[in-house]
Design a protein. Structure first.
Length: 366
């Protein structure tokens, strides 16, 4: 939604329509997600197949259709069938399918068997995260049409704060589902190696009991806030020293990482987190640790902790993120691809991440 609003407001776009299969799913709502429908014009929620066809058929000739995924809800499959039949211009914006174990080959086989027309007719693929471009190349898409992409969010109103307050020298934050797939169990184990740290957790899940045991072992050093509405997350991000997301399974991008960086907070992530792509290139944004290693995770957190009290680094981090991961930055990157101004897919968005002439912190970031 932030990316859509930025596109709709761009001078390079004459009109935009957002079609959603449904509202915020119950599971997401339970995690604190809220809908932006009320303050966003030109949104169609839970359309009928006839409505989808009508939107596509009535669109101006210069319309570019963008589908968020391929094998998603019927809204996407019906819309894709419509534009394929009509020969309209379209592109795909998607995370990779899961690349874990033997199932990877089954999913690749499914993609090869079912996406032939999409492969040949799509004008571009906005491949999200570290594994996004890899997946689409393996699935047979033209490398010249695959562009690295990210999750782009609204710039927070909350100013970047200097955390590390109180009796603890390091304030660690975690936001998300309390599940093994997210590596939350590794973070809890890491706390035994970080006696100086305080951990604040936002979220719920099957590992809440394990979190409770950790809190009892570390009285006063572990706080569980439960679910917070999504609009309160930027303020939380600005109040912590480091966000940790040690996922052990594919995490397409990790929206919480973008939220942290936009607030000036560094992030420690595993390589399974899509956003590790930019953190690896720019270590001042945080650290990337191998998945499933408590020792590597604790070392990465300690490494980041050395600079948590530097207000200039928090400010530079927020400035960088707002220039590259904000909704406006995403809209600019997308339009440069759609309008043909970007001709080097492998470096399209990453080149902008590496080199930005208007970035006053450029020499420091490089």
């Amino acid at each position: 939604m932030p990316l859509f609003r930025a596109l709709a407001q761009s001078r390079g776009v004459s009109g935009a329509v957002y079609i959603s299969h449904d509202g915020v799913p119950a599971a997401r709502a339970a995690q604190g997600w809220r809908s932006d429908w009320a303050r966003t014009p030109s949104v169609v929620v839970a359309p009928t197949p006839e409505q989808i066809s009508g939107v596509i058929r009535e669109a101006p000739p210069n319309t570019v259709h963008i589908f968020s995924g391929i094998h998603g809800p019927s809204t996407i499959s019906h819309g894709l069938q419509e534009v394929l039949t009509r020969g309209d211009t379209f592109g795909i914006m998607s995370e990779p399918r899961a690349m874990d174990g033997a199932g990877t080959f089954l999913r690749l086989g499914h993609s090869w068997a079912t996406e032939g027309r999409i492969r040949t007719q799509a004008s571009f693929v906005l491949a999200i995260g570290r594994e996004g471009p890899i997946w689409f190349r393996l699935a047979g898409y033209d490398p010249g049409k695959i562009f690295p992409f990210a999750y782009f969010l609204d710039r927070p109103d909350t100013p970047s704060l200097s955390a590390a307050a109180g009796e603890h020298s390091l304030h660690i934050g975690y936001v998300g589902r309390l599940e093994r797939a997210k590596g939350f169990h590794l973070l809890l184990s890491t706390m035994s190696q970080l006696p100086e740290a305080h951990l604040t957790v936002v979220g719920s899940g099957t590992l809440e009991a394990a979190l409770g045991r950790c809190a009892r072992r570390r009285p006063g050093s572990v706080t569980h806030l439960g679910i917070l509405p999504s609009e309160q997350i930027p303020a939380f991000m600005a109040s912590i020293d480091v966000l940790v997301l040690p996922s052990v399974r594919k995490d397409g991008w990790g929206a919480v990482v973008t939220e942290a960086l936009l607030s000036g907070t560094p992030a420690v992530v595993s390589r399974r987190v899509g956003a590790s792509l930019v953190i690896e290139r720019h270590p001042f944004l945080g650290r990337v640790a191998p998945e499933n290693s408590v020792r590597a995770l604790s070392d990465a957190i300690r490494s980041v902790a050395k600079g948590v009290n530097r207000a200039d680094l928090r400010s530079a981090r927020a400035h960088w993120a707002r220039a590259h991961l904000s909704a406006e930055a995403g809209a600019e990157a997308l339009l440069s691809i759609v309008q043909g101004r970007t001709t080097s897919p492998d470096s399209a968005w990453l080149a902008a991440v590496r080199e930005r002439d208007d970035d006053p912190h450029r020499s420091r970031l490089q």
